[in-house]
Design a protein around this ligand. Structure first.
Ligand code: ADP
Ligand code: GN1
Ligand code: MG
Length: 349
């Protein structure tokens, strides 16, 4: 079935098999192996179109981003691109309403859910720094805001408050302590929102989903590509720096349920920051630089309240493997924030 869909795109030869791949929470991803080949040639993805309803604008953003990276990037990084269907579109809609797309597979690549060592963190930092720097001169008009207010703390807090009020899954009583933790920090956290889009903290083109598993590495541990471009849109540098630290400098997985194992590894953090700042440091304003060390805590906070709101709504957004999955993810981010608060002096750059 999935191979029949892949065959609707401009592919080189017959398909041998289509295999599920990755650990993303939103789309369904498969690698496509062609007959006679020993490694995959394509990535087939079913797009979650309740989260990305505007497939046309989504594809246009990706197309503009990858074209720019290809012509203004450097040879160190490979750029994945959308493959068109035989009738010239960048997606295919099946009769049951699902949307599918195909990318070239970046050969000899591996993704990780945690950084294996400091060098990987530096490599990831360089790659994400390269990404933001290279896209800083993307032509007008701005990319389409594919999920409005994606990292707006104000919006995320109001969504959490609505989820508490509606209590659709009758779960509010199950998470009082976690709710208190997040609600008690809202006022302090939201202060940063006021700076966004000012000359001190300007809008740039940001990736907005800078988890470590969205960086591909080769067998020597070198970062070779940035993938998962669905959320590339206007944003501030703190979004990418902060979101990256949550997984690149994390001591344990985002799904770790033993909170005592959750925390930030300062060596990984510094290694990541070194790589990132070496690539982009010169182009930051003083205020952007000043607020960078606060970004990881802010992004962990945003992710925590998104997981929590989804738990309260009854798990309608993120893929979950068991009923407590989202609340455990929210607890994990809470433990990460607490560790960052303990180590705030060490996080200064
Ligand atoms: P999601 O949106 O669900 O996170 P991704 O686009 O990040 O999906 O893809 C999931 C995984 O598939 C990645 O972590 C990576 O391992 C693999 N992958 C995705 N795109 C490519 C590609 N172009 N080349 C090689 N591997 C890829
Ligand atoms: C989602 O698809 P994936 O797993 O890369 C989410 C991110 C969250 C992340 C948490 C479009 O990313 O914002 O940080 O889960 N993407 C979207 O793991 O909501
Ligand atoms: Mg991903």
């Amino acid at each position: 079935m999935n191979s029949e869909i892949a065959e609707l795109f401009n592919i080189e030869s017959k398909i041998e098999k289509v295999i599920p791949i990755g650990s993303g929470h939103i789309n369904d991803t498969y690698s496509v192996l062609l007959r006679g080949h020993s490694s995959p040639s394509y990535i087939l993805q079913r797009i979650n179109h309740s989260i990305f309803p505007n497939i046309e604008k989504l594809s246009e953003n990706i197309q503009r981003t990858t074209t720019h990276l290809k012509y203004h990037g450097n040879e160190q990084y490979q750029v994945m691109n959308l493959i068109s269907t035989k009738d010239g579109k960048f997606w295919h809609q099946t009769s049951n309403g699902n949307y599918w797309r195909l990318f070239n597979y970046i050969p000899d690549s591996t993704s990780y859910d945690l950084a294996p060592n400091n060098d990987f963190a530096t490599e990831a930092g360089k790659a994400y720094g390269w990404f933001v720097r290279t896209l800083s001169n993307l032509n007008e008009p701005p990319l389409f805001e594919i999920i409005p207010g994606f990292h707006s703390l104000g919006l995320r807090i109001s969504q959490l408050k609505l989820a508490i009020e509606e209590n659709k899954a009758n779960r509010v009583k199950l998470c009082k302590l976690v709710l208190d933790f997040y609600l008690s920090r809202c006022e302090e956290m939201i202060a940063f929102d006021k700076l966004i889009g000012t000359p001190d903290v300007p809008l740039r083109v940001t990736h907005n989903d800078t988890k470590i598993n969205n960086v591909l590495f080769n067998s020597k541990g070198k970062a070779i590509s940035i993938i998962d471009l669905d959320t590339v849109m206007p944003g501030v540098v703190h979004y990418d720096f902060g979101d990256a630290v949550r997984t690149i400098a994390a001591k344990s997985l985002e799904d770790e349920t033993r909170n005592e194992l959750v925390g930030i590894n300062i060596e990984l953090y510094k290694a990541f920051a070194d790589g990132f700042l070496n690539e982009i440091g010169n182009s930051l304003t003083q205020k952007e630089y000043k607020y960078l060390p606060q970004a990881p805590r802010m992004l962990a906070f945003i992710m925590g309240i998104r997981f929590l709101a989804d738990y309260l709504r009854g798990d309608t957004y993120y893929k979950v493997k068991y009923p407590e999955h989202n609340i455990q993810r929210a607890c994990n981010q809470m433990a990460l924030i607490q560790d960052m608060e303990r180590k705030s002096t060490l996080m200064k750059l």
